[in-house]
Design a protein around this ligand. Structure first.
Ligand code: PEP
Length: 249
């Protein structure tokens, strides 16, 4: 059975002192559970060096929150995949709904970002999900399949190296979680799409994200096609994040 992955998305939160105390609390709380699931924290870019050093030799992997679609050059403010690799970044979020919404990221751009990450040896965590309006219009399946198809088409057989995060936009940061049944229904669709695209798709972890917390993690993670979680708010509280990890382990 594949391990579950619990990834924290710190978003634009943190500071040198706060990062250090959060990581110390996580590392001391992890102890025995660490090997039972994959764990990562996706941190703001300026803290990559600090986190590389704090996480060295631990079971916690380092993740970034975005990567440039370009290899390098005159792209002010962007961060190349090769630069992330310099800091031992193992995972990188691509296509988070906040980037799709506030930065106009298209399916094609997200697919290119995933390609850049893969080429640098970084696992892209490809975020997809429908808005409330799309769900209410009965378009959930169509939307998530379209978003995932763009990544599959551009990345060919490498698609078996990605992680997928199904994050219904209406559940992110809102306290409204998809029910385990709602989430499982979409995960099963995504699993079938991935299986049709690659002979090695079984290894792909499909995470659920959207107000997952210490109270609801166990039920969500108990669904057959939910292979982990992408956690926003609850990843900033060591006790909550540890409880979610324990539910996955
Ligand atoms: C996220 O930002 O990816 C997320 C799932 O946030 P939250 O857990 O706060 O809804």
């Amino acid at each position: 059975m594949k391990k579950k992955l619990i990834a924290g998305n710190w978003k634009m939160n943190g500071g040198l002192a706060a990062n250090e105390s959060l990581i110390q609390a996580l590392l001391s709380g992890l102890a025995a559970k660490a090997a039972l699931c994959d764990i990562a924290v996706c941190v703001p870019a300026p803290y990559l060096a600090q986190l590389q050093s704090l996480l060295a030799g631990s079971a916690l992997a380092l993740g970034a929150q975005d990567v440039s679609a370009h290899e390098g050059g005159a792209y002010t403010g962007e961060v190349a995949a090769a630069m992330l690799k310099d800091f031992a970044v193992r995972y990188c979020l691509v296509g988070h709904s906040e980037r799709r919404l506030y930065h106009g990221e298209s399916d094609a751009l997200v697919a290119t970002k995933a390609q850049r990450a893969l080429a640098a040896g970084i696992t892209p965590i490809v975020c997809i999900g429908e808005t409330l309006a799309e769900r209410e219009a009965g378009k959930t399946e169509e939307v998530v399949k379209r978003q995932l198809a763009a990544v599959i088409q551009l990345n060919g057989h490498c698609v078996s190296e990605i992680v997928v995060a199904y994050e219904p936009v209406w559940a992110i940061g809102t306290g409204k979680t998809a029910s385990p049944e709602q989430a499982q229904e979409v995960h099963a669709v995504l699993r079938a799409q991935l299986n049709a695209a690659s002979a090695h798709a079984e290894r792909i972890q499909i995470l659920y994200g959207g107000s997952m917390n210490a109270a609801n993690a166990q039920q969500l993670l108990g669904q057959p096609d939910i292979d982990g979680g992408l956690i926003g708010g609850a990843a900033l509280k060591a006790a909550d994040f540890l409880t979610i990890i324990a539910a996955a382990a």
